[in-house]
Write a protein that binds this ligand. Structure first.
Ligand code: PEP
Ligand code: MN
Length: 622
């Protein structure tokens, strides 16, 4: 049952409610959900909903109809974010867990950990207690294996995940690892579930070999009811009649679970398929289907692996997979961030701790907000601002650490104002993030598409949804300054005949309904944002440099600069010209190069570049 508390509840009233609930023997969870203060309770049938409704300070009582309660979406509508060190499972950034099936030796674990980290994994997996079908198979290195895992964490900074097969291992797990895995064979080992429910470590709960989603959620309920809210559900394939793969990966479990539960979902395509060649296609599909994380078995020498060699990827194959995921993720509104760990580390160290602030234009729910979340996760606090210049000023004065500014859209081109501001201010580009711009038609819950009479949107949004708008004959398009302010105005109007074009995230924030999603004419609608800051000491590995340069006003001057890039085989991924203020018909050029132009090997190129340009400034290396 859910008790929604009155906004004006007094401290005394709240204490009275909670002490009565605990006297009744209820399980109590206090949460803030979608802006409401609620107490979720598992009642012991002492009182009815009507009894609770009468209590002072209770605004509403709702019952949860499903048999799983605490893990249900009805109980908590917002997604649970499971934090493991600097990594968050369940947010905009995809978490990749990789490593061997079993820890076999210190050298083996360390070698693989370094490889998977290089290719984008942020957590390391490896079994120390292996539940094997045959008692004669390798059973794992046990405590020795856990010590190796702890050392892998120490040396690589990767959090470590390992399977716990018995409650007697609980203390060792607390001591050595970051995440405890409950294996498929133990999904209904209730004593084990009760035990991890009392532990302080997040739990990856694998789906049983032949368990229904309902049974799986009830097992998760055991852990959460025990007090451990940090549960990640892992689909790893179920037994079916199909012998071509080891198991059958139930990808439909992803959208089903997303509706039923707030817990994050990890997909394990390795145990699901059991065949190396089948792992990457299923991993790509899992991300496209909305998984929050992946768990992939990787081995440097799979032919000689002590367990699950045939399904383990070679490190290079894993690298190819993460590059594909990097491209796929933005299509479903997520990111695979190759700088994930480094970035969090740098953010924590900058200016000696404390939560950092990043400024973006607009308001919560705007695409700039989405881009900021995609880049930073919850490592920083976000501050909406009114203009791009305000963002530059705030970064320059140090009142915020970062600015998130759009620089170009795949359909409408560059945002020139920001190129001019980059030229004007002495700030650095420290990173970039590309997000898909997916517009939705948003209105009140009881609105109907054919009754819409007015549509509010920003001019670019109208432009990008021209074909969609054609079906609304006689509907008045009302341009407003920004997408989310259109959504807010719809909310404030209370009028069911008014709709807005905006992000589905804005619809969530204002508790409105998405009438139709992906209404933009061209779905390949992406915006690239630059992250700016005064100083930044991260990024040892630079893959891109942004520069601004001018040339003399003489024939072939730009060609001479281009020739420098061509001779040194540097790939130019953007070139943009902007007029120089006060010098009619003279231009500055912005270029993005796929190289670290300050690297030692490119020193001769830099010398030539300086020679051929009049002004040369590095805007950022990232
Ligand atoms: C494993 O992760 O190595 C494992 C044994 O998985 P499952 O429990 O899914 O079989
Ligand atoms: Mn395995």
């Amino acid at each position: 049952m859910i008790l929604v508390l009155d906004e004006k509840i007094t401290k005394e009233q709240k204490t009275e409610i909670t002490s009565l609930l605990s006297d009744d023997g209820c399980i109590i969870r206090e949460i803030t959900d979608a802006g409401q203060n609620i107490i979720g309770i598992i009642a012991k049938n002492k009182r009815t909903a009507a009894d609770y409704e009468q209590m002072k300070g209770v605004a509403d009582v709702r019952s949860i109809k499903t048999s799983h309660k605490l893990v249900s979406r009805d109980f908590q509508s917002e997604d649970t974010l499971v934090r493991i060190g600097n990594v968050v499972v369940g947010g905009d950034r995809i978490v990749v867990i990789a490593g061997p099936c079993a820890v076999e030796s210190h050298t083996q674990a360390m070698t693989i950990a370094k490889e998977v980290k290089r290719y984008g994994a942020v957590l390391f997996r490896g079994g120390a207690y292996k539940p094997r079908s045959s008692p004669y198979s390798f059973q794992g290195m046990e405590e020795e294996g856990l010590k190796i895992l702890a050392d892998v964490r120490e040396k690589t900074g990767l959090g470590v995940v390992t399977e716990m097969t018995s409650p007697v291992q609980a203390q060792l797990m607390e001591k050595y690892v970051d995440v405890v895995q409950i294996g498929a064979r133990n999904m209904q080992n209730f004593e084990l579930l009760k035990c991890v429910g009392k532990m302080s470590k997040p739990v990856v709960l694998k789906r049983g070999l032949a368990s229904t989603i309902q049974e799986w959620l009830m097992s998760a309920e055991y852990i959460v009811a025990g007090g451990n809210k940090n549960v990640i559900l892992c689909e790893r394939g179920i037994r079916t009649f199909e012998p071509y793969t080891r198991n059958t990966l139930d990808l439909s479990a992803i959208p089903v679970l997303k509706q039923l539960t707030h817990l994050p979902i990890v997909i394990d395509p390795s145990h699901a398929t059991g065949i190396r060649e089948k792992v990457s296609p299923m991993a790509r599909a899992a991300i496209a289907a909305g998984a929050d994380a992946l768990m992939i078995e990787v081995h440097n020498d799979p032919d000689n692996a002590l367990s699950d060699g045939p399904q383990s990827l070679y490190p290079e194959q894993f690298g190819e997979l993460t590059r594909d995921l990097y491209v796929i993720a933005p299509v479903v509104g997520k990111q695979l961030d190759f700088d994930y760990l480094k970035k969090s580390e740098v953010i924590r160290q900058m200016n000696g701790g404390g939560k950092k602030i990043a400024a973006f234009i607009g308001e919560n729910g705007d695409y700039s907000h989405k881009a900021s979340l995609s880049y930073f996760g919850d490592d920083v606090t976000f501050l909406p601002m009114k203009s791009y210049r305000d963002i530059f000023n705030a970064c320059a004065s140090g009142s915020v650490e970062y600015g998130v500014i759009p620089v170009e859209n795949s359909l409408s081109g560059s945002i020139h104002e920001n190129f001019d501001l980059l030229q004007e201010y002495d700030l650095n580009i420290i990173g970039e993030v590309t997000i898909r711009i997916k517009h939705a038609l948003i209105a009140h819950g009881d609105a109907q598409k054919n009754r819409i009479r007015t549509i509010l949107a920003s001019p670019p949004a109208f432009f990008q949804c021209k074909n969609f708008m054609d079906q609304f004959l006689g509907v008045e398009p009302q341009p407003v300054k920004a997408n989310t302010s259109a959504v807010r105005q719809v909310k404030d109007s209370g009028d069911t005949t008014v709709a807005a074009i905006g992000s589905s995230m804005a619809a969530d924030i204002f508790n409105l309904k998405v009438i139709e999603d992906s209404i933009e004419d061209n779905p390949r609608n992406f915006t690239r944002f630059a992250i700016i800051a005064k100083e930044y000491k991260g990024h040892k590995k630079v893959s891109k440099t942004s520069i601004v340069f001018s040339t003399g006003n003489e024939p072939g001057a730009l060609f001479e600069v281009m020739k420098v890039f061509s001779t040194h085989k540097i790939n130019l991924v953007k070139l943009e010209s902007r007029p120089i203020l006060g010098k009619p018909w003279e231009y500055m050029f912005y270029a993005d190069l796929e190289a670290d132009i300050l690297s030692d090997t490119l020193a001769p190129m830099m010398a030539e570049l300086k020679d051929k340009s009049e002004v040369l400034r590095i805007l950022g290396r990232y």
